[in-house]
Design a protein around this ligand. Structure first.
Ligand code: CA
Length: 275
């Protein structure tokens, strides 16, 4: 552990001092309109900001994920016009862990991770305790709910004995992507019979019953989906080019994800959704 800590500390110092110079601050206002979605222009140079971060932090990623990461994608989850970086790990059960990074004032912050040690490996200033498991970039859905536009994801995972899923909404708090747990359920079952032995439901951080869970979930499950298909690139799209255990393969996957990004305004016919 000491060796790993030394690597992480050294890499973090390099990363903190060299990350993404020359990127201006994020635009301040995200959309709050309920009827239409108007997004600010993206921060100039966001692509180089994230790529510089990944270049400088390759050693950290290698220490956290020695077998490489599975995918990179860019999605404007907090609707401030500039995409966030979603990193998919290799997963250990039914789904992959997704680790989210946001760019603010020339810095890249990890705001959500399935891996506890990520909080110490990256700048912890904006780390939250909400983590995401998913298998597709398109798992992140842009919808209009009663509260307005937002991205959300049904984060789920499980084993033979347990299964859980959590609906997570993505907010913008002081310019930083902030995932919020809307509701969650945990099921424990008999691995031989499959019979559910225990069910637990959480809404807004408080334990509750199935009806309250379903009501909270329905607000998102019934929301109007804008039809935006978030894009990214997985390692298995080209196993030779995207060997993410190597510096070149790691950055090639990141560049491919930058190239794959499509802004929301270019792909969603917002006007057609307005009543
Ligand atoms: Ca954003």
């Amino acid at each position: 552990m000491r060796a790993l800590s030394a690597v992480l500390t050294a890499a973090l110092v390099i990363c903190m001092t060299a990350v993404c110079a020359g990127v201006p601050a994020l635009a301040a206002d995200a959309s709050d309109a309920n009827q239409t979605l108007e997004l600010p222009q993206p921060v100039d140079g966001w692509q180089d900001g994230y790529l510089s971060f990944l270049e400088n932090c390759f050693d950290i990623f290698s220490a956290l994920w020695p077998d490489g990461v599975s995918g990179f994608g860019f999605i404007d989850l907090d609707l401030d016009g500039t995409p966030e970086l979603a990193v998919f790990d290799q997963g250990t059960s039914a789904a992959m862990g997704v680790h989210l990074f946001d760019l603010q004032d020339d810095w890249v912050y990890c705001v959500s991770s399935e891996l506890d040690s990520a909080a110490g490996a990256f700048s912890p200033d904006h780390m939250t305790d909400v983590s995401v498991c998913a298998n597709f970039f398109e798992s992140f859905r842009l919808c209009r709910t009663g509260d307005g536009w937002c991205f959300w994801v049904d984060s789920a995972n499980g084993t033979m004995e347990t299964a859980w899923d959590e609906i997570i909404r993505f907010d913008d708090v002081d310019g930083i992507l902030t995932p919020v747990s809307v509701c969650a359920r945990y099921l424990q079952s008999d691995p031989e019979t499959g019979a559910v032995a225990q069910e637990d439901y959480i809404v807004g951080g408080e334990e509750t019953d199935q009806a309250a869970f379903q009501e909270a979930a329905d607000a998102f499950l019934d929301a109007q989906d804008a039809g935006y298909e978030a894009r990214g690139v997985f390692r298995w799209n080209d196993m030779d080019a995207y060997d993410t255990t190597t510096y070149d393969g790691f950055l090639a996957l990141a560049q491919a994800a930058v190239d794959a990004y499509e802004p929301i305004v270019d792909t969603v016919t917002i006007a057609s959704l307005a009543p």
